[in-house]
Every structure is written in structure tokens, then in C-alpha cells.
Design a protein around this ligand. Structure first.
Ligand code: HEM
Length: 385
């Protein structure tokens, strides 16, 4: 497809997806004018492949995403889900129903702020609130830029968006007195990328549990059998909850938060892809949503059936392109283990604590902003078990 001055190819097949994500021909990021404005060119996700990208990715892997670091943050995840459970109680008492989105977003924001800055002070005071607002604005701007990058100027208020980006970048820089711009960009990126995906995925999981009461019952039985009535669930228990893991995989299949694998690749030289000639400089995207709904790959693809992952289990961490919601290859999501640890623990605790019941028909309509969200927030009852 030609979009403005940009040539784009979109793969909807695991074979070509693998070539794009893991092959040597598509090794770079398309540099967009927008990314520079948001100072994101210094962040891991936007930095072109090269020494700088390798360096910051290595540092982040060691300090932020190592198994040791992730498990050291379990206490934080537990205390945040304790708070979320308290808030669910309160909403049920005060309003008679629960709208989970706000609770999940706040929990996820505090989780990332405290994981990244290592201080509950940051997460709970006004600066945390201010950063939350900035993240929200950043998502909006990136959403607008996704279009502005591909359409002729003038189609949108391009310069208005630019101005807002510059202002936002100044506010982010001013928030903390860190002098190192690279560090600010990377820390900001962690917060920015970590919050939304986790909250959105959890809202989809809980929506599916409200819709499929039989599946909810089955997973609660699994959790009860393994942990007993008054015993707290820990990260280490998740390995023994295969049905819970299968539910998370099935939600990642039907509602991948990054359906186009978020950020594209750029072909660095001419290449043939499935007999199709792709000139150097072409932007290549993978449509993971289409692959995950393809009837030639998945039996009954529209059905929500976690059992499929019990019958044939495989990793969703990037080795099998039938389902790679975290991407694959060099640019695979470095936060995947941390994201999954959070989602598994919080889903298990919320399901153990409450029975989730529809208060009105659940609308499973999707809306693609920066991530693939539920079009209408989930509203339901939470009944103590
Ligand atoms: C359920 C949670 C998450 C999902 C579904 C998700 C999904 C993704 C996807 C699809 C990509 C693009 C991969 C590619 O281009 O091949 C990505 C990249 C990235 N993610 Fe995640 N992510 C999640 C959680 C997180 C968390 C918690 C963090 C950080 C705290 C994070 C940080 C990043 C970064 C830094 C990149 C860019 C990597 C690079 O370009 O080298 N993600 N993520």
C-alpha cells in the first residue's frame, strides 16, 4: 500500500511475519518525524537499531526485566492488588456496581511508577497524578501521529499536534531533575508502555470472565483446589494454574493489545517476501490480529475456548508466530515477563476474591487507539465469594 510518501506492506501470515520480525532484511525502525518530537527517538522502542539501542536495551534487561528484579517486585504487586480489591468493595457499596477500568488503570500506573522510580512517594502524590495525565496525553498524541505520519500534511492539524508534543516533552523533562535526556526517555517509556497494555489486557480478561460464567467457575475451582480458601496466591503458584494461563493466552489471541505489533520494521535492502519484491525503505507491519483470527490456523477462531491451549500448549513469547502478542525477534517486548507476572497474579487474586456477574449485557466491541481497547468500559457486579 502507498500511504502518502510511505510504502507499507502488511503481513497476515506466520511465515512472512517471521521473515519481517526475525529476518535480517527488516532490521530497522521507520524513523518518523513524530518520534523525534516526543523525544522518543532516545527510547528503546523508537531508537533505530544500532549501538545506542543495543546499549539501552541491555541496561534495561539487566536492571528492569531480570527474573530477580521481577520477583523482587512481587510485594508491590500484592499490595497494589490488595488496594484494587478494596476499591472494588467500595464501588460495590457506594454505586452498587463496578466499573473496573479506572481501578485497573490506577493500579497499573502506581505499579509502573513504583517499579521504575522505586518510590511509593512518586506513585501516590501529585507528581504521580501529573505523570498519569502526561501518559494519557502521550497516548492521544501518538494515536493522532499514527495517521499524520501516513497522510499528507493538512489532513489533520499536524502543526497543532506538533506543538502539543513539544510542550509535552518539556513537561516530562521538567517533572524530574534528571539531567540525562536518555535516562528520562527510557524511564518515561517504561511507564508509558507498561501501564496501558497491562490494564487493557486485564479488562478484557475480566470481561470474558463475566460473559463466560462456566469458564469463570472452572478457573475459580482450579484456584481454590490449589490454594485453599484463606491462602494468599503468590507468583510461584501461577505455574500450577494451567487453566488460568490458558485463559490469558486465549484473551491475548482474541484481543491482542498491540494488534499490529505496535511498531513497524523497515527494510534495509531489497528483498523478496513470499515471491513479492519489496524494495529497500519499505515499512513492514505484522497484523497479529488477523493471524490470531485466521480459520486456516485456528479451529473455530471466534470462539473463546481456553481449552485449545490445554490441548496444544505453546509459548506466546515470540517463538511461534501463530500467536506472538509480544512480537518476536530482536525487537520483541522486553517487558513481557513483567507484564505477564502482573496480569496472572492480579487476575488470579481478583477471581479468587469475587464472583464477577453481568449487571448488563457486556459489549465486546473493540476500539483501536494506541492499543486495542474495549470500546465500552466493562460494568458488572462483584460478589464476595
Ligand atoms: C501485557 C503486556 C504487554 C504487551 C501485550 C506488550 C506488547 C508489546 C509489543 C507487541 C511490542 C512490539 C514488539 C515488536 O515490535 O516485535 C512491545 C515492545 C516493547 N514493550 Fe511491551 N508489551 C507489554 C508490556 C510491557 C511492559 C510492562 C513494558 C515495560 C515496563 C514494556 C516495554 C516495551 C518496550 C520498551 C518495547 C520496545 C522494544 C524494542 O523496540 O526494542 N512492554 N511490547
Amino acid at each position: 500500500i502507498s500511504l502518502g510518501s510511505t510504502r507499507v506492506i502488511v503481513s497476515s501470515h506466520p511465515e512472512t511475519a517471521k521473515e519481517i520480525l526475525c529476518g535480517s532484511a527488516f532490521s530497522d525502525r521507520p524513523i518518523k518525524e513524530s518520534t523525534h518530537l516526543l523525544m522518543f527517538d532516545r527510547a528503546i522502542g523508537f531508537a533505530p537499531s544500532g549501538e545506542y539501542w543495543r546499549h539501552i536495551r541491555k541496561i534495561a534487561s539487566y536492571h528492569m526485566f531480570s527474573p530477580r528484579r521481577i520477583s523482587s517486585l512481587e510485594g508491590l504487586r500484592q499490595s497494589i492488588v490488595d488496594n484494587m480489591i478494596g476499591e472494588v468493595w467500595m464501588e460495590m457499596n457506594e454505586r452498587g456496581f463496578v466499573e473496573l477500568r479506572g481501578i485497573l488503570q490506577k493500579g497499573s500506573l502506581n505499579n509502573m511508577l513504583e517499579s521504575v522510580f522505586g518510590s511509593s512517594d512518586f506513585g501516590l502524590n501529585n507528581r504521580g497524578y501529573e505523570l498519569g495525565l502526561m501518559v494519557k496525553e502521550g497516548y492521544e498524541l501518538i494515536g493522532e501521529f499514527n495517521w499524520a505520519d501516513y497522510f499528507p500534511l493538512g489532513f489533520l492539524d499536524f502543526y497543532g499536534v506538533k506543538r502539543r508534543c513539544n510542550k509535552l516533552a518539556t513537561r516530562v523533562n521538567g517533572l524530574d531533575q534528571l539531567s540525562d535526556a536518555d535516562m528520562v526517555a527510557v524511564l518515561w517509556e517504561m511507564v508509558f508502555r507498561g501501564i496501558d497494555n497491562v490494564a487493557i489486557l486485564l479488562e478484557w480478561i475480566m470481561a470474558r470472565m463475566v460473559v463466560h460464567q462456566d469458564i469463570q467457575k472452572k478457573v475459580q475451582h482450579e484456584i481454590d483446589m490449589f490454594t485453599g480458601p484463606n491462602i494468599q496466591i503468590h507468583d510461584s503458584d501461577i505455574a500450577n494454574l494451567p487453566y488460568l494461563q490458558a485463559i490469558v493466552k486465549e484473551v491475548l489471541r482474541l484481543h491482542p493489545p498491540g494488534p499490529l505489533l505496535s511498531w513497524a520494521r523497515l527494510s534495509t535492502h531489497d528483498v523478496f517476501l513470499d515471491k513479492c519484491f519489496i524494495p529497500a525503505g519499505t515499512t513492514a507491519m505484522v497484523n497479529m490480529w488477523a493471524i490470531a483470527h485466521d480459520p486456516s490456523i485456528w479451529l473455530d477462531p471466534w470462539a473463546f475456548r481456553p481449552e485449545r491451549f490445554i490441548e496444544e500448549d505453546f509459548s506466546v513469547l515470540g517463538s511461534d508466530l501463530r500467536l506472538a502478542p509480544f512480537g518476536s525477534g530482536r525487537r520483541v517486548c522486553p517487558g513481557k515477563a513483567m507484564g505477564l507476572a502482573t496480569v496472572h497474579l492480579w487476575a488470579a487474586r481478583l477471581l479468587k476474591q469475587f464472583k464477577w456477574v453481568p449487571s448488563q449485557p457486556v459489549d465486546l466491541g473493540e476500539c483501536l487507539k494506541f492499543s486495542l481497547e474495549m470500546k465500552k468500559p466493562l460494568v458488572c457486579y462483584a460478589v464476595t465469594r
